[in-house]
Design a protein around this ligand. Structure first.
Ligand code: FES
Ligand SMILES: [Fe+2]
Length: 386
């Protein structure tokens, strides 16, 4: 990074500070450069994204020993695999010989055999065999697959590329309270999708977390169930923000879900952003979770999973709900990709955000972003629980 770029980042940090310091009722959105400047994107990756916890998927996508899927966080190809001991591990998906990716897609295997020169690894990443290497000092001790930090919370698999990162679970007390009755950990996976969108990662977070657009962008799909006007901002703290998308009295029931749910919880979708890159919608019988993997300033990979509670919904009902979410995503994607192409404009606005119930979550997200900037004023923006 040259001096000019550094100065630019410094100016943008001043802007972020100013935006994050606005009182909630005066909240404004970040100017376009935060979504389009490649230097700022690199700064985000190096500054905090590569040191944060990211959701990779659901633990029951890989229920049996040897089940795996591959994914990627920034420069690191990852192999998510359940070992013979039943533990989920996040391993480096790179052969220790010369770096060939070991696995692709999803599957189940007894051993991972490299397709290049047949080095072989066990389900826990241990090197088992390296042909013709007996005298070369290649052993399980020095050539097994490196493992990344991982945690399971509520059935979600999280990984962190930073070995020194603070554990994730201790900071999730309040969101645990928000989701507790839904029994998120027991939800059963029904479908996984992966696609690339031409948008900045923050645009999808913000879009998913604001109710202001629901009735406009999704008149046929979401408006009948979760109209903008009934949405209410919910809990937030330093780790997450959330809102409740309440169903109108006229909407048909969406299923009973877990026995301990209140009627209120049954008649809403609870949307949350576990900072920075997981966005999810938890409803009585359906959980939809998106893992956003930033690839470039204007490009993300989205891995999304759909899970259901028990077997209350029939296969036809599940297919209907899946089709609805595919359509909702298409509607959002079209808007975000169009906006991304415009945000480089010199006139890209720092427009006013809508009232708290509709866009207050974006204000929370900006305060999270500001807390990631190294400075001494962090505590000033610490969010009190609600
Ligand atoms: S790169 Fe894997 S065995 Fe050579
Ligand atoms: Fe949307």
């Amino acid at each position: 990074m040259n001096v000019g770029q550094t100065a630019n980042i410094g100016a943008m940090q001043d802007t972020l500070r100013a935006v994050a310091a606005l009182p909630e009722h005066e909240a404004r959105c970040l100017p376009g450069a935060f979504y389009t400047d490649p230097d700022y994107f690199r700064h985000e990756v190096e500054g905090f994204l590569s040191r944060e916890w990211h959701c990779l998927g659901r633990a029951d996508e890989i229920p049996a020993p040897g089940d795996y899927f591959v994914t990627q966080l920034f420069d690191e190809p990852l192999l998510v695999v359940r070992g013979d001991d039943g533990e989920v591990r996040v391993l480096s998906n790179l052969c220790r010989h010369r770096g060939m990716p070991l696995a692709e897609g999803t599957g189940s295997t007894r051993r991972f055999v490299c397709s290049y020169h047949a080095w072989t690894y066990g389900r826990d990443g241990e090197l088992l065999n390296a042909p013709r290497m007996r005298d070369k000092g290649v052993t399980a001790a020095n050539c097994s697959l490196p493992e990344f930090r991982s945690e399971i919370w509520n059935g979600f698999i999280y990984a962190n590329l930073d070995d020194a990162a603070e554990p994730l679970a201790p900071r999730l007390g309040q969101i645990e309270a928000l989701l507790g009755n839904y029994r998120t950990a027991e939800m059963r996976i029904v479908r996984t999708f992966e696609e690339e969108w031409q948008t900045n990662w923050k645009c999808l977070v913000e879009n998913f977390m604001e109710a202001y657009h629901l009735s406009v962008v999704h008149p046929e799909t979401l408006h009948p169930y979760t109209p903008t006007g009934l949405s209410r901002k919910s809990m937030s703290d330093d780790s997450f923000t959330s809102y409740c998308a309440n169903y109108p009295a006229s909407a048909a029931t969406r299923g009973q879900g877990a026995p301990g749910l209140t009627e209120e919880e049954r008649r809403r979708s609870t949307l949350f952003n576990l900072f920075p890159t997981q966005i999810a919608s938890q409803a009585a019988t359906l959980l939809v979770s998106f893992s956003i993997m930033p690839l470039a300033v204007d490009r993300i990979r989205v891995r999304w999973t759909m899970s259901t509670h028990g077997d209350e919904l029939t296969q036809d009902e599940l297919e209907e709900r899946i089709a609805l979410w595919i359509e909702v995503n298409r509607e959002d994607r079209e808007k975000l990709e169009k906006m991304q192409r415009a945000l480089s404009s010199r006139h890209a606005p720092s427009g006013q955000l809508a009232p708290r119930d509709y866009e207050g979550t974006i204000w929370d997200f900006y305060r999270y972003l500001w807390r990631q900037v190294p400075h001494t004023e962090t505590s000033l923006l610490s969010v009190a629980g609600e």
